[in-house]
Design a protein around this ligand. Sequence first.
Ligand code: FNR
Length: 378
Amino acid sequence: IYLNGMAGTRPRLPTDLTRLEELAEGTLGPGPYGYVAGSAGDGSTARANRAALDRWRIVPRVLRDVHERDLSVEVLGRRIPAPLALAPVGVMSVMHADAETAAARAAAAREVPFILSSASSTPMEQVAEAMGDAERWFQLYWPKDPEVAGSFLARARAAGYTVLFVTLDTPMLGWRPRDLDHAYLPFLHGVGTANYFTDPAFRQGLAKPVHEDPEGAVRHFLGLFGDPAKTWPDLAFLRERWDGPIVLKGVMHPDDARRAADAGVDGVVVSNHGGRQVAGSVGAADALPRVVQAAGDRLTVLFDSGVRGGADVYKALALGASTVLLGRPYAYGLALEGQAGVDHVIRCVLAELDLALALSGHTGPGSLTPGDLVRESP
Ligand code: FNR
């Protein structure tokens, strides 16, 4: 960057990723901006996510040989070049016309696993095709209709998605005042329904084909999107139909981590959905240590919610997460510059993580422990 600066070129986007949000506000209209930036209630959970990460402070070590570093980690049975993946973010065509395809391409080029949301604005097969043979994972909002759920899993498998993330914190949408005040939900504008509208099992449940009655199709989608009646024994359905790793996203309580391990899944994501679901929830980084302890060696623990840079990734790793998912920052990168914007965000996070490790005496994520942090009193 500095050498480019000598030639008169500066980064097009800020390298402090917290500044992307205000810039994206100018690009996205009020509805989409409110949808991406907004969270549940008065925003207290989103603030708690930041506060929890901020309270943990890195305690650097010196005079250790850090001239060669390796950020790669083993996660869910595969080695990835860095402990980072792109979180499932739905409805990306409200952010940029190139939508999921652009984000997936940026991730693929940097070998960062991309988790495609089942609520994507691009059919999962199309996104897979854009990614070549890069690592791709699939996130399921577990639909009420078992035929549709089964069909999604079969399609994802056939399209080369290897790990299944099942999001459990969203059997229904949270109370999101910005969206309520705008009376705006992307799905009602036909965004985020592509996987459903192209699905044979979904289409079978329609009275009329999608193109004849798009509104009826949206209503049908809203009726089966989530299922608040699901309980732990239902996981057997997914286990029977998915032979790769299964990760439960949105696990915040240690008892739920134990139940997840008992149910035979492979991992959990400690996440409160970026504060978009339960208002007044505990910050995700404050929930992480107890879940890590409950998981022991039975579960792989991943983390998201509130991560805005490499230092936050570092802290989550030190607290026991094996890989960290990045959410809003890359959505803003996409909104601002498409694929190049997502690439910028990935590179910033990885560079900052690499520096955070080196400057605190580590050559890779493997040597981080909770002892590398102290927690300031609230
Ligand atoms: C999300 N998230 C999400 N999660 C999921 O499992 N499926 C999805 O389709 C979506 N969609 C989605 C859209 C938008 C606009 C946002 C901001 C978030 C949640 C996401 O995976 C992740 O948990 C949070 O984004 C993490 O919090 P931060 O880093 O954004 O604060």
